[in-house]
Design a binder for this molecule. Structure first.
Ligand code: MF3
Ligand code: CO
Length: 261
């Protein structure tokens, strides 16, 4: 069952999502070659608590950290550690909090120093695919219209869409119905209506979409070890159209759309 949200509930989700947006912006600015990924996790957790929120992922199905940090061929659910980031890496940061009972969830992929043109293009396409999907998020459309648009954008750029993980409804739970695959034929699934709140999150690979989970039980990597990128926002469909709740409101920074997307 899809839980449609009132304006008041969407306002609550705006608050939790803005905390996520702000912290992801700060993390993005912090990323430097040589730093340990666990430093980013420690910052995210402390900052969330300072802002009155609780990290959403820690303890979720036993996940051991607050921030998912996935480097290069890692797609999602990478575990922060003593691993040091190196120039040329791309690092996906996925963060969620719960604030006064409502969840916010967002992700982005950040280049570490100078990276390859392929890496930059992959990052840009993940973001572009999110926005292409968002264009289809309008009253009267069907849910899979969003999925199909994302797939078309990604495959049109010569990349592939990860099948094993999907976007999701979000609200008083981190994961609510409906599931939102990043692939599929248009014209299927529920009709979109006011009050729908979703985490739309294309996860893409430069090579094949097949996934393998490492021995830590969490880190999902591309089977062919090709690079992967992730871009996610919590969004709401309202009377005024679609709103990206987790877009950082500070101009010129954050998880907003970059100039080259
Ligand atoms: N953004 C991810 C999701 O929507 C975060 C979950 S990671 C987990 O599923 F560690 F909490 F499982
Ligand atoms: Co999510």
């Amino acid at each position: 069952m899809i839980i449609y949200k009132s304006e008041a509930e969407i306002e609550m989700m705006r608050k939790s999502s803005q905390i996520v947006a702000r912290i992801l912006s700060e993390l993005r600015e912090m990323i430097k070659p040589g730093m340990e990924t666990r430093e980013l996790d420690a910052y995210a957790e402390a900052r969330a608590r300072q802002l009155g929120a609780v990290p959403a992922f820690k303890g979720y199905r036993g996940y051991p950290a607050s921030l998912c940090i996935s480097v290069n061929e890692e797609i999602v659910h990478g575990i922060p550690s003593g691993r040091r980031l190196q120039e040329g890496d791309i690092v996906s940061l996925d963060f969620g909090v719960v604030y006064e009972g409502f969840y916010g969830d967002a992700a982005l992929t950040v280049p570490v120093g100078r990276v390859s043109d392929l890496a930059l293009r992959l990052i840009a396409v993940a973001e572009k695919a999110f926005y292409r999907g968002l264009e289809e998020l309008k009253v009267g459309n069907r849910l899979s219209d969003v999925s199909a648009a994302i797939q078309q954008e990604v495959e049109g750029a010569g990349f592939s869409v990860i099948r094993a993980f999907v976007g999701h409804g979000i609200g008083r739970s981190l994961h609510e119905e409906p599931q939102l695959p990043n692939f599929g034929l248009p014209g299927h699934g529920p009709r979109l209506k006011k009050g729908l709140t979703l985490a739309i999150e294309p996860m893409i690979a430069a090579g094949h979409w097949e996934v393998e989970v490492l021995n830590d039980g969490w880190t999902a990597v591309t089977r062919d070890r090709s690079l992967s990128a992730h871009y996610e926002h919590t969004v709401a469909l309202t009377d005024r159209g679609v709103e990206i709740l987790s877009l950082d409101q500070v101009e010129g920074r954050g998880t907003g759309r970059s100039a080259n997307a």
